[in-house]
Ligand binder design. Structure first.
Ligand code: MTE
Ligand code: MO
Length: 538
């Protein structure tokens, strides 16, 4: 009996303290988030922790995590971090049931870590304010809750044993005196948790709003292109409902980056430095760049971590200055074979020098689909190189071009297990019918399949489609816009029996390379295999 009472007694001290630890953590994150937003500093603890965790994650996980968070605004990562933080808070609270002082020290210590990270990243003292404010509010919440938790025993004048029984819900007679205290405790805990979570959510949505505002406001006055993109030929778009458009709307364009918070760069102070193994190092400002004869090109950009059939690929009209001409001004030394482009967020890409100096439309781009680049896509300037995956070419927020050698330097993803060279592989995808769709054949028993195919800078020669294990049939292709852009395909099938069928697609590029059916994961150099899809004919 004595043993049981002792156990229940410590439970009675433990759970309020555990809960107080959780609530303190939520208040910490919430307060810090609000301070970070109102000061407009990118140093909310959840963000700094996420930023610090990304390089520690296993490569495959991180690339897929980035794919997910990249397109879903990283909100999921923030939620995970806050939940993980609340878990730590619970442990600290548990410790606090026995050693309150130690728990406080731990709360402050953990809370300070993001402040240290923020400060050491060179953002200055202001970067520590969100964490410091969060610590103050979180520690206060912790102490107030623990205080309230101990009130019932005092005001009720009850003994430990009575509270224990009440706590266990066993003794209804003695509930009354302690109830107001318990209710106050749980009420306060619930209220504070709600405040903390609401503050995190508010901070996150404020950040998202600020970002989309930054994305829509055109801060650059764009010059007219000296060379316009080609007119879109008639027949470049096939009339099939559900087929991906030839030109991707900017807001639908996939987004991949390692930065949890895209850098906010002032075009007025932005500069690109061109240096390394060159005769003439130089820097160029935005005003100088916009004064140069800019060219407009349609280029389809693809991510190396796109799965077979995936949608990490998009086509836009880019306005920019040929990188070839920038390099000509710098005059690379003969031993150089690579350009390491770097951005404000620490990302780097290694691009073969020969790709940047041949005749392709490799651009230092300032606009996308007729407007200044949105912040998410690299405002105020980024690289776009036809024929290479984004990770080895498409540096956003670019500020640095170092002419160097593959033997001397490695880029961000290369050091994480991805291939040094990233030429785009010929690929194709089914858009229509939707996965698992039930299709009613048109007149004459016709069923239409359609999708996209790309082999940037080589061009698509043909697309072949197969139903079940039948023969490959040649699909109709849309008119080619340029060899740097994807093409739509469409195929009609007759005589399909009712029931389930599988459609597969493969593309052939203009060099005669046939898309391989061999299945390979995305790492180290793009997933391969044929896209297949099941549908039902009724
Ligand atoms: N600064 C920076 N540039 C970057 C990246 C990045 O993480 N940081 N990701 C690259 C990758 S992997 C791809 S696929 C493209 C994606 O460009 P988008 O987000 O505009 O679609 O950007 C490239 N440029
Ligand atoms: Mo990518």
């Amino acid at each position: 009996m004595g043993e049981k009472e002792g156990m229940v007694g410590s439970t009675q001290r433990t759970w309020p303290s555990v809960l107080a630890g959780v609530v303190a953590t939520l208040i910490y994150f919430g307060t810090a988030e609000l301070i970070a937003r109102s000061l407009d500093v990118a140093s909310a603890p959840a963000l700094l922790i996420g930023q610090a965790l990304i390089p520690l994650m296993p490569t495959v996980l991180i690339k897929s995590a980035i794919a997910v968070f990249g397109t879903h605004d990283k909100f999921a990562l923030v939620i995970t971090i806050v939940a993980g933080g609340a878990g730590c808070g619970a442990i600290i609270g548990w410790i606090g049931a026995r050693r309150r002082g130690l728990a406080l020290v731990l709360l402050i210590g953990f809370g300070l870590l993001p402040a240290v990270v923020g400060f050491s990243s060179g953002a200055g003292l202001v970067a520590t304010l969100p964490s410091l404010g969060g610590i103050a509010a979180g520690a206060a919440a912790f102490l107030v809750l623990l205080h309230v938790a101990t009130v019932p025993a005092r005001t009720g004048g009850g003994t430990e044993a009575r509270s224990d029984a009440e706590d266990a819900g066993a003794d209804t007679q003695h509930r009354t005196p302690a109830r107001p205290g318990r209710r106050a405790f749980f009420g306060l805990a619930a209220g504070l948790s709600a405040v903390g979570i609401a503050a995190v959510a508010a901070g996150q949505s404020a950040a998202t709003l600020a970002r989309s505002a930054a994305g829509t406001v055109t801060k650059l006055v764009l010059p007219r292109p000296a060379a316009s993109a080609p007119e879109i030929p008639t027949g470049a778009e096939l009339d099939v409902p559900g087929l991906t458009p030839l030109v991707t709307e900017t807001q639908d364009f996939y987004r991949i980056d390692t930065a949890l918070f895209p850098p906010s760069i002032d075009a007025g102070t932005w500069m690109l430095r061109v240096h390394g193994m060159v005769e003439h190092e130089f820097t160029i400002t935005m005003a100088e760049l916009l004064d140069l004869p800019l060219q407009e090109h349609y280029v389809t950009l693809a991510c190396v971590s796109n799965e077979v059939g995936g949608d990490l690929v998009g086509n836009a009209k880019w306005l920019g200055y040929p990188i070839r001409d920038l390099l000509a001004r710098a005059k690379p030394h003969s031993g150089a074979d690579m350009v390491l482009s770097g951005s404000d967020d620490g990302f780097t890409a290694s691009t073969p020098l020969e790709v940047l100096t041949d005749d392709r439309a490799a651009l230092l781009a300032v606009a996308m689909n007729g407007h200044a680049l949105p912040r998410d896509h690299g405002y105020p300037a980024r690289l776009v190189v036809p024929g290479l995956y984004g990770y080895v070419s498409a540096t956003k927020w670019v500020t640095d071009l170092e002419i160097t050698r593959f033997a001397d330097k490695e880029a961000y993803w290369t050091t994480r297990g991805w291939a040094t060279h990233g030429p785009v592989l010929v690929a194709s995808r089914i858009d229509v019918p939707r996965p698992g769709a039930t299709v009613t054949p048109k007149s004459g028993g016709r069923v239409v399949t359609a999708g996209m195919a790309w082999a940037q800078h080589t061009g698509i020669e043909k697309v072949q489609v197969r139903i079940d294990n039948g023969d490959w049939a040649e699909a109709e292709l849309s008119e080619e816009l340029t060899a740097d852009t994807w093409r739509q395909w469409r195929c009609e099938h007759t005589g399909l029996s009712t029931g389930t069928h599988t459609v597969s697609v493969r593309a052939v590029d203009q060099d005669g390379n046939v898309q391989t059916s061999e299945r390979r994961p995305a790492i180290p150099g793009a997933a391969t295999g044929l896209h297949e899809r099941q549908f039902t004919v009724e």
